[in-house]
Design a protein around this ligand. Sequence first.
Ligand code: COA
Length: 146
Amino acid sequence: MSEFKIISGSWASLASAVKPIREAVFIQEQQIAPEDEWDAEDAVSLQFAVYDQQQVIATARLLENGSIGRVAVLKAHRGLGIGKQLMLEIIRQAKRQQRSFVKLSAQEHAIPFYAALGFQVQGETYLDCGIVHVDMQMVLEEAIKI
Ligand code: COA
């Protein structure tokens, strides 16, 4: 894996960085409708952008209610540990914010990715935007040491 850095900030400061990633991954690759992808939560979320040199290669957001969402790594950069490092940084920030838990709605294929980080499945699967999802949660006191 080459050198990369993770930046966090407001939607105002990071929208131009993260929008192309979500456009490529969710709208183009996963065929999510644009009206489902862009919502009012962006403006009140803490946004994350992963940079490889000058190129943005991954993103995610942390909502005010402790939900992590829109976790996306560009296809060419997957399987290199970038998604994991991004999630660990979000968890670190959530701990700094004194949160007692973080949660997310996981696409079915990504359950093992989140489970390896310490997230646990909550309840049954459901359809969202035509994709099977399940709720997952991590109690931060029990989170892996980071
Ligand atoms: N299924 C099973 N295991 C997976 C996985 C998947 N889909 N994706 C990653 N993993 C595992 C890896 O094997 C790795 O295990 P290891 O630590 O034992 O080697 C670990 O999770 C970390 O993988 P990493 O390389 O950091 O993941 P990534 O950078 O490829 O990012 C996603 C993972 C899911 C974010 C990425 O595949 C992606 O952006 N997918 C498209 C968008 C998406 O579906 N986002 C999730 C919405 S809920």
